[in-house]
Design a protein around this ligand. Structure first.
Ligand SMILES: [Zn+2]
Ligand SMILES: [Zn+2]
Length: 64
């Protein structure tokens, strides 16, 4: 799967289809890795360092 994130998982910025591998807002990597944790809302794979779910934009830190 090479699905690209629609939101920056770090700053929550909405990303365009043409966005590169890094957020143009905060510089965070947008690449989806094979390992991580599951979003509490959509069960999508996210990184435990992510603040926002890259799939549903749920604010993951509020679950900690
Ligand atoms: Zn960002
Ligand atoms: Zn989610």
């Amino acid at each position: 799967m090479t699905t690209k994130a629609k939101f920056c998982p770090h700053c929550g910025e909405t990303l365009s289809e043409t966005a590169g591998p890094f957020c143009n807002q905060c510089g965070a990597s947008l690449m989806e890795l094979d390992t991580g944790i599951n979003c509490h809302r959509c069960q999508g794979l996210i990184q435990d360092t992510d603040l926002y779910c890259r799939h549903c934009q749920h604010f993951t830190s509020s679950d900690a």
